[in-house]
Design a protein around this ligand. Structure first.
Ligand code: AMP
Length: 280
């Protein structure tokens, strides 16, 4: 396992791997690794010769008043876990290394960033696409692996990669869950006391929607109302959005005629959680 902290060090290591004919798989993360991240790393290891995991809590994707300062960190634990999941290199640059004095460039994807989380986190996706573009230029990967838990992020990255002719294969990995169904997330560590139980309302909502769908319900509003009622019956919760939309354009749908994304963002106490599933 190599740990690389400089952009130039990462670029020359990447050049070396490529010169020796080895393919590179990248898994971008913000650290505090859990089984969801490790599944991405195992997927990268199956599909590429060298696996690079980046660990970088990217300040530009956090808005004012969000949890940048308190975001959990455990670098030594992350190194251990990543090694066991088949990671060869950890790229962990500092904030100054990624955004040195004079930095002033942004990468913005227009339409698919305007829906779902983009409404509530207006600077988030610009931060994500800019840092992922930089990570691509540092690591020079053949493929990059992202989780479907952040479904919109995956859509945005796929769009950016196609639009900017990046020649990197984007691989999506299904949502990894705790035994009771809660989607794994570094932010689950914020949940205190009864909030952990209330957080299950996201998974229960997806199950309820799937049941309604399988019984023939095709009206988006009916499904949405049922989901909102279920969430409201759990203490400490407030909904940011419950949206049924097209999984490619992320435009709202009224009638479920083809594959539809159900995406949720719910605050449980002060913790903002997201989850999703495909209906149909
Ligand atoms: P993060 O460290 O939260 O920025 O996440 C890094 C990557 O791990 C992103 O591609 C996420 O979508 C993915 N990821 C996080 N949680 C999960 C999960 N429960 N299942 C699958 N992928 C996940």
């Amino acid at each position: 396992m190599r740990i690389i902290e400089s952009v130039s060090g990462m670029q020359s290591a990447a050049d070396g791997f490529r010169a020796s004919g080895r393919s590179i798989g990248l898994v971008p993360t913000m650290g505090y690794l859990h089984e969801g991240h490790l599944e991405l790393m195992r997927t990268a290891a199956q599909q590429s010769d060298v696996v690079v995991a980046s660990i970088f809590v990217n300040p530009t994707q956090f808005g004012p008043g969000e949890d940048l300062e308190q975001y959990p960190r455990d670098f030594d634990g992350d190194v251990q876990k990543a090694g066991k999941a088949g990671v060869d290199v950890i790229f962990s640059p500092s904030g100054e290394e990624m955004y040195p004095k004079g930095f002033q460039t942004k990468v913005r994807v227009e339409r698919v960033t305007k829906h779902l989380c983009g409404i509530f986190r207006p600077v988030h996706f610009e931060g994500v696409t800019t840092v992922v573009c930089k990570l691509f230029n540092c690591v020079k990967p053949d493929l990059a692996v992202f989780g479907e838990k952040d479904f919109q992020q995956l859509v945005v990255i796929e769009r950016m990669t196609v639009d900017l002719n990046m020649n990197i294969r984007i691989v999506g990995v299904p949502v990894q869950r705790e035994p009771d169904g809660l989607a794994m997330s570094s932010r689950n560590s914020y949940l205190i006391g009864q909030e952990r139980h209330s957080a299950l309302c996201l998974f229960k909502s997806l199950q309820l929607a799937k049941r309604l769908y399988s019984r023939g319900e095709r009206n988006a509003r009916t499904i949405r109302d049922a989901v909102i009622d279920l969430i409201a019956s759990h203490p400490f919760t407030s909904v940011d959005y419950v949206t049924l939309c097209d999984p490619v354009s992320l435009e709202d749908v009224e009638v479920l005629e083809r594959k539809t994304l159900l995406a949720l963002a719910v605050n449980v106490g002060r913790t903002r959680l997201i989850d999703n599933c495909i209906l149909g």
